[in-house]
Design a protein around this ligand. Structure first.
Ligand code: TA6
Length: 343
């Protein structure tokens, strides 16, 4: 008699869930050298979390909130100090038909167009993490780590993506056995997103990762990006030539597409009209990309609207993109960002 698929299916599904829960629990172990971050804001009523139509929304009693699409585990909204800190194009596809133009798309396992003759060669630009539906693993508030000290002043949402969830095309294009857990922690005036990469197979693989964050700003001509002084960068507007930024501050007066490598200062600060607006601290990562498409590139992207939206956004994208990170069988990598929003 043919065995029914049902019990097997249930076993696989519950095993996957257990695996993700196990991964999520191991992630709660504290890690050395966590960057200092937002201090807890004291007790109060509980944070709220609810899921609807393929997204998870968390909010704090302070009014801070975060919204994450299961598609790409893309953070599409982060509100703090009573305002939206992320930019999302008015023409962004939120239906899973293409990566979201805005918010925080996750770039993995390759950054940019993949190189030829490489394990990632057959993947799309920026890899598959941002255009695959992730699983919501659950929430927790009693968190180790400085940003979320548990209780009611923070809430952590975990999302999982493993090889078994990939499309057949993606599996064929990159056949390694992996598990990703992406943690999004909302705290008062702060957001932390961390990507944990596990090699679940018996073959080593190499990858790049980057959080492609579109920050919302009032007016690009009054913005400065600070903390990248005396850092080497690849300028993709100048044929990917290598340069050294002498000045501590970068103003955006045209298309900018720079890959900063091995940055000395952990925090890159975005100021508006000379005042601190957003501080982006890398955690476990040494590189950052600064991108603004400006007029022509904005016009050339069908899902970039309004066309003058380049005046209200700047991408500061933390990552490990200078070369490749190699994970041996069973090894784990973790990296991400802690962003503080100033009133
Ligand atoms: O991070 C900057 C960048 O690599 C730019 O070169 C530009 O291609 C941007 O990403 C957007 O890429 P996407 O594939 O989302 O259109």
């Amino acid at each position: 008699m043919e065995a029914s698929i049902e019990p097997q299916y249930n076993t696989i599904s519950s095993l996957t869930k257990t695996l993700h829960e196990l991964i999520s629990q191991t992630l709660q172990m504290d890690r050395p050298n966590k960057p200092s971050a937002i201090s807890p804001s004291g007790t109060g009523p509980q944070p709220s979390v609810h899921s609807e139509q393929g997204r998870v929304i968390a909010s704090l009693p302070t009014g801070d909130s975060v919204e994450v699409l299961l598609y790409g585990a893309t953070v599409v909204s982060w509100k703090a100090n009573g305002r939206e800190n992320l930019w999302v194009s008015e023409a962004a596809k939120l239906d899973g038909s293409k990566p979201v133009r805005g918010g925080v798309p996750i770039v993995f396992p390759c950054f940019g167009p993949p190189p030829k003759d490489h394990a990632t060669s057959a993947l799309p630009q920026h890899g598959f993490a941002r255009n695959t539906t992730w699983e919501y693993l659950g929430k927790s508030s009693s968190e180790s780590g400085k940003l979320a000290s548990g209780g009611d002043d923070s809430v952590k949402l975990d999302f999982g993506l493993s090889s078994s969830q990939l499309s057949e095309d993606a599996k064929k294009a990159w056949g390694y056995d992996f598990a990703l857990v992406y943690s999004v922690t909302l705290a008062r005036d702060g957001l932390q997103t961390m990507l944990n990469v596990q090699n679940k197979g018996d073959k080593a693989f190499e990858f790049q990762m980057l959080l492609h964050t579109y920050f919302r700003i009032d007016n690009i001509s009054k913005v400065a990006i600070n903390g990248l002084g005396s850092t080497t960068y690849i300028d993709k507007v100048l044929n990917a030539t290598e340069h050294q930024q002498s000045s501590p501050s970068l103003q955006i007066t045209g298309e900018v597409d720079r890959v900063y490598k091995s940055i000395k200062l952990d925090t890159t600060s975005i100021t508006q009209d000379g005042k601190s607006r957003l501080d982006v601290t890398r955690d476990g990562l040494s590189d950052s990309v600064v991108w603004n498409p400006w007029i022509e590139k904005a016009k050339s992207m069908g899902d970039f609207e309004p066309k003058d939206g380049y005046k209200n956004m700047v991408c500061v994208e933390v990552g490990a993109v200078d070369g490749w990170t190699k994970l041996e069988a069973g090894e784990t990598f973790e990296g991400g960002m802690i962003v503080k929003s100033h009133a």
